[in-house]
Every structure is written in C-alpha cells, then in structure tokens.
Design a protein. Structure first.
Length: 293
C-alpha cells in the first residue's frame, strides 16, 4: 500500500502551490466584489442621524473599552510605539518638516488600525466572550482580502499626503532643512512663510482627511459585518457622509481633536483614545446603516 505521506516531486509541489494560490485569489476576489445577490440587489439603506447619536456612539465605545480595557490596552500599545519609532526616524533623517504631517497621518490610517476593535465590538454585540486574541480574528474573516486592499489605499493616501506636506514646506519655508527643532518651531510661528505653511497645510490636510472619512468611516465595519464587497462598502460609506454632512463633519472633528489630545504626552494617550474611537465607530456604523432585513 502506498504511503499517505511521501516526498512530492517538483511537479506535484508546484501544482499544489498553484491550486492554493488560485483558492486565495478566489477568496480575495470574492471579498472585493462581494456576494452576487447583494451586489445586484438593493443597496444598503443609510439612515439620517443627529448629534445625539454621536454622543451615544461615544458612550457605547467607552462602555466597550471599560469592559475590555486590559485587552484593548494591550492591543493598542502598538500605536504609540509605532508613532515614537516614526518620530525618531523623522528626527534622525532630518525630516522635521514632516513630523507634524506624520503625526496627523494617524487620522488617515486610524481606521485600519482599529479593525480589530470593530471585531471585538461586533462579537460583544452578539453576546460572545471576547478577549484580546479576538481582535486578530479579522485575519480569518472572509472579507480580509478587501480589508487589506482598503488598508493599502489608505496607506497610499498617507504617502501622498506626506509628499504633499513636504512640497508645501519646500514652497514656503524651504528648500533648506531646519537647523534644529527649536529654530523650526520659532520660524513656523514667527515668520510669514511659516504662517503660509500652516494655512496651506491645514487646508490641504483637511481635504485628505475628508477623503479618508468619506471612503472609510463605514467601510471597515461593514466589511466585517456583511458580505457586500469593497466597492459597495465604500459607496455606502460615501453615501452615509453625503446624507449626514453636519454630524459626519462633527465626527471628523471629534476624531481629530481626540487624536491631538491622545498625542500628549509622547503619544501615550493613544492607548486610551484609539480603543474608544474604534469601538465608537462600530456603534456609529450601526446607527448609520440599516440592517439588511
């Protein structure tokens, strides 16, 4: 009788790898495109919300954080650590002009970092036992391929923002790099060129933040919750923003303000800010998008 386990020849091994790759591509393609019935059926229904709904979402986010604070603090330690590493790299490379754009860039990629928190809130909503390990359950989600693609899009937007921010510095205060952190801060707030950089930076940065808010505020939670595909999730997110311009603008300001506060001191506040915002975003999604039944 032939042995069940045998050394495969190169042709067998190559065939298995191609088969596995085909399965992986098929799953990724399905995650991006979504279910045929959902894709060709009625689009997800978006609700109108008010300012009170934002407060309720935040309260629910704080409640989730209180229930799993030890677990989410462990998961969220990566945010300040990553931020401090990036800041050190910026100092070492004499890239002080992009230090603030880099810090503000947390708002652009924050939805990616919070995916595990959405999953924890989703499981708690279902009445399941939740621990920090469940934050990584998204790796097994059928929508993981779409989540990765959307994450890549956000990181590309971050890269474009950093390049744009440096171009603004070069056009206003550059092209020479600052001599030191102290002289750079002084020049920013005491010179005409510095104020030009501030005005242009805030204006252009607002457009980048608006773009990310529009395509992602609902997308990541929705991909975890439903088999809709990336295009439908992004379209629903954009519709949610267009339908609720004032509440969503307020939500963007809340997120931006909380991230600024969380950056003090030394980004350590992000250990608390990020999980609260992440959990609250899940509950905001529940308020914005009606269930499919």
């Amino acid at each position: 009788m032939a042995a069940d386990n045998h050394i495969r020849n190169p042709i067998e091994w190559s065939s298995d790898q191609l088969r596995n790759a085909n399965v992986a591509l098929g799953r990724t393609g399905h995650a991006i495109v979504g279910d045929d019935v959902v894709r060709h059926g009625a689009p997800p229904s978006v609700r109108r919300i008010g300012m009170a709904d934002l407060g309720d979402a935040l309260r629910r986010g704080i409640d989730d954080f209180g229930a799993y604070r030890t677990d989410v603090i462990f998961v969220c330690l990566i945010y300040p650590v990553a931020g401090l590493i990036l800041a050190q790299l910026a100092f070492g490379a004499e890239m002080l002009p992009i230090l603030f754009p880099l810090a503000s860039g947390f708002a652009l990629v924050g939805p990616v970092a919070a995916v595990g928190l959405y999953e924890m809130s989703r499981r708690r909503e279902l009445g399941e036992q939740v621990g920090w390990v469940d934050a990584f359950a998204v790796l097994r989600s059928p929508a993981f391929g779409a989540i990765v693609v959307l994450g890549i899009i956000l990181f590309l937007i971050l890269a474009i923002w950093l390049g744009t921010a440096y171009a603004i510095y070069d056009a206003t205060m550059g092209p020479e790099p600052p001599a030191s952190l102290g002289s750079f801060i002084s020049d920013v707030f005491t010179t005409n060129a510095g104020w030009q950089m501030i005005v242009w930076g805030i204006g252009v940065g607002f457009l980048f933040a608006l773009l990310v808010l529009t395509i992602s505020v609902v997308s990541f939670p929705m991909l975890l919750d439903r088999d809709v595909g990336l295009a439908t999730a992004m379209a629903t997110s954009a519709k949610a923003v267009w339908t609720n311009p004032v509440p969503m603008a307020a939500w963007g300001l809340i997120v931006a303000g909380a991230l600024v506060l969380g950056s003090i001191p030394a980004l350590l506040g992000l250990i608390f800010v990020m999980p609260i915002l992440g959990h609250a975003t899940w509950h905001l999604y529940r308020k914005l998008v009606a269930p499919p039944y």
